[in-house]
Design a protein around this ligand. Structure first.
Ligand code: FE2
Length: 345
């Protein structure tokens, strides 16, 4: 496995790059905008294709690299379903799998630092975001923080993982790089409490200053979905109402870009062709499935929220497909407008 821990000294953030092999697919966790060029360089050096970028929660102390990475690499952006961020391509909930080639992360909803805080675990390690830090825990005094929820996330979820599981946090301010669940249970001063009430009292007594980037970072991180707005302006996005009107026409092919798991959980638009985003480049190039289908027909892409489909329009156009558009806002907007949804067969 390829594993890199990359430090941003401005915000003391750790970003993680993972891949199962050189030349394969990669995922990045908690990227920082100032470091995006470095990540892209490292991806090239290791011959990796970034396919997913995850934020463990809405960050207050740095601007996320999610939007820039998406624009540069067309990767899928991932956050928890509770996130207020305007557009992420894929939203996960507790227990969901995030798959890339040869590697799977399991999402664990661990609210407390923020309502949208998630940890992501693999076989031998867990990325704990700001829920569990090395000899500390994420603050709970702003951004919807809730010390009682965090106690439950720590004692009811994270500390139930095996003792030898490696702990990789989103931040460290003292130069520590890795710990284990057993070590934190034994030596983390915040975890030496007898009950939830004691933990809540401890956290409420901290009296911390607000992070210096908070006023800039939180609004910037809430709004990372620029691609869709650009497409609306160029007329390559259609509304849900227009899409409903086009359903059933023989010269229109509706294409679902989501992964099989998302289709099972959230349902599908009846009659749509399933062509996952990860296979898009092969599908739209000369000789590909979508390239062939586009002859004399209009392709209409959709995904969960309209972000992957917006990127797909650009990729298809670059591959020479002219008649292509996407459903603005994706299946979420479709459902909101009362569009019919079917179960997968
Ligand atoms: Fe945070």
């Amino acid at each position: 496995m390829i594993f890199r821990q990359i430090f941003d000294s401005g915000s003391c953030t750790y970003t993680y790059l993972l891949a199962s092999r050189r030349g394969g697919e990669a995922v990045i966790i908690d990227p920082v905008i100032e470091k995006v060029d470095r990540y892209v360089q490292l991806l090239a050096e290791l011959d990796l294709k970034l396919v997913k970028a995850i934020d463990t929660h809405l960050h207050a102390d740095h601007i996320t690299g999610l939007g820039r990475l998406r624009d540069l690499t067309r990767c899928v952006t991932v956050m928890g379903k509770e996130s207020e961020v305007d557009v992420v391509s894929m939203r996960v909930t507790d227990g969901d799998r995030i798959d890339i080639e040869g590697l799977t992360l399991i999402a664990m909803h661990t609210p407390g630092h923020t309502p949208d805080s998630y940890c992501f675990r693999m076989d031998d390690r867990v990325f704990t975001g700001d829920t569990l830090l090395i000899r500390g825990t994420g603050r709970t005094d702003f951004q919807g923080g809730d010390p009682a929820a965090q106690y439950e996330s720590l004692f009811g979820t994270l500390l139930k993982l095996p003792d030898d599981m490696l702990v990789y946090p989103a931040h460290d301010y003292k130069g520590e790089t890795v710990s284990t669940i057993g070590e934190e249970r034994a030596f983390n001063p915040r975890l030496q409490v007898a009950c939830g009430e004691e933990y809540v009292a401890l956290m409420r007594g901290l009296k911390l200053a607000s992070p210096k980037m908070m006023d800039v970072a939180v609004p910037a991180n809430r709004r990372i979905g620029l691609t869709q707005d650009n497409l609306l302006a160029t007329g390559r996005a259609i509304t849900v109402q227009d899409a409903i009107g086009l359903c059933g026409r023989t010269d229109v092919v509706l294409v679902d870009l989501r992964e099989a798991r998302e289709r099972q959980i959230h349902g599908v638009i009846a009659g749509a062709l399933h062509a996952p985003y990860r296979d898009l480049e092969a599908n739209v190039c000369e000789g590909g499935l979508l390239h062939a289908l586009a002859q004399g027909r209009k392709l209409i892409f959709y995904c969960a929220f309209g972000e992957r489909s917006a990127m797909a329009v650009e990729t298809a156009q670059a591959a020479g497909i002219a008649g292509v558009a996407h459903i603005h806002g994706g299946l979420a907007a479709w459902k909101e407008a009362g569009g019919p949804v079917a179960a997968t067969g």
